[in-house]
Write a protein that binds this ligand. Structure first.
Ligand SMILES: Cc1ncc(COP(=O)(O)O)c(C=O)c1O
Length: 376
């Protein structure tokens, strides 16, 4: 937790649960990623956290933006970005939304099947299109496999067909899965993409761009590669597979841009046991799966949790949220321990919570308000 966040929590004593995010950390992350991958254009994945303060900072810093919907596009435009800095990267779009994006000046669109390509060619003629290929998602703590992308063979066919549909077949994209700590996954994906480039080049179509998506990790409980390590591995893979004909590259960091910048402060609502000889305490917080911690689904994302009792004797706990839904259990199998001294009314800090939290908070499930946010 940064000194700025600690000071804010101490001085302002905001009601909990709330997210406090240090914008200086976002600026640092942007600098690290652009330094590590100097030739890649950064398209911040707005879905990770679309707060106006973050978008304004990144507009000013020179970032471009990966948007999933018209409201995200409008937020980015409102923050001052021009439409040439926007990619409509969702592969699942209504045709009316493609048209609305086109009307706003967006000219870069993702697709992963013929029907989506047809929508773009009808509603956004002349635009640049890139085809997303499937990845295994192996190694990622929050995989994005199966649902998105197509097999490389199909990508080739669709990109060839795009030439005759009035759009510009511009490149190929992939996403190795979010919170991807295995750098070899980028290499495997780039090898496939290079194969597509080569094969299409032989058929007279020279693609220009590789969109390498996100995957850049945030430090939760275990160590992660540094931005330089991601950059070096990706650069080496690009050289290995593309030789001296390097394509334009794009990255779409979401989690890696904002995750470590935010802390959620929460209050312990209840601590209980289910029987006299129960060997684990249930610790119920004032935030759960429906309040912003949706990524605890299957205990996938494991947030570091701290309190003023850190360092004292600990005990095994099951952590849960405050709603009347038994799915609202955060960690039961992940082996969480919390200090024995922790008591009802204490505050806990859920760290590295700047990404994929505020927008996942439900709109009043059980009457609980969406997560409050402070950007400092
Ligand atoms: C198309 C696309 N790009 C980028 C991202 C951001 O990924 P990450 O948060 O792993 O950087 C996502 C996440 O869902 C995505 O769907």
């Amino acid at each position: 937790m940064t000194a700025k966040i600690a000071d804010f929590l101490r001085d302002s004593r905001p009601a909990t649960p709330c997210l406090v995010l240090d914008l200086d950390v976002v600026a640092d992350n942007y600098r690290s990623l652009t330094t590590a991958l100097p030739s890649a254009r950064v398209f911040y994945a707005v879905k990770a956290n679309p707060a106006p303060a973050i978008l304004a900072l990144l507009v000013e810093a020179g970032s471009s933006f990966d948007c999933a919907s018209i409201p995200e596009i409008d937020m980015v435009l409102d923050a001052g970005a021009t439409p040439d800095r926007i990619s409509f990267g969702n592969t699942i779009k209504k045709e009316s939304d493609v048209a609305a994006a086109f009307e706003r000046g967006v000219r870069l669109f993702a697709f992963d099947c013929e029907a989506e390509l047809d929508k773009i060619s009808r509603a956004a003629p002349g635009s640049r299109v890139f085809c997303r290929i499937l990845t295994s998602g192996e190694g990622a703590e929050w995989p994005l496999s199966r649902k998105f992308g197509c097999e490389p063979d199909m990508a080739e066919e669709l990109l060839l067909a795009a030439r005759f549909k009035g759009v510009e077949p511009y490149g190929v994209s992939f996403h190795v899965g979010s919170q991807q700590r295995d750098l070899a996954q980028y290499d495997a994906a780039l090898e496939e993409v290079a194969g597509i480039f080569k094969s299409l080049s032989a058929k007279g179509l020279d693609l220009k761009m590789v969109n390498m998506g996100g995957g850049f990790a945030t430090k939760y409980l275990v160590d992660i590669p540094t931005a330089e390590e991601y950059g070096r591995a990706i650069h080496e893979s690009l050289l290995r597979h593309f030789g001296n004909r390097l394509p334009e590259t794009i990255i779409e960091p979401g989690r890696g841009m904002v995750g470590n910048a935010g802390v959620i402060q929460s209050e312990v609502v209840l601590i209980s046991r289910k029987s006299a000889n129960d060997n684990r305490s249930w610790v119920y917080l004032d935030i759960g799966k429906f309040g912003g911690l949706a990524e605890t689904m299957d205990e996938a994302i494991r947030y570091p949790i701290h309190s003023e009792h850190d360092g004292g004797e600990t005990q095994d706990v099951i952590l849960a949220g405050p709603t009347c839904d038994s799915a609202d259990i955060l960690y039961e199998h992940a082996g969480y321990q919390l200090p024995k001294a922790l008591k009802i009314g204490d505050k806990v800090e859920i760290r590295a919570a700047g990404a994929y939290t505020t927008t996942y908070a439900s709109n009043g499930f059980n009457g609980f308000a969406p997560l409050k946010e402070y950007y400092i």
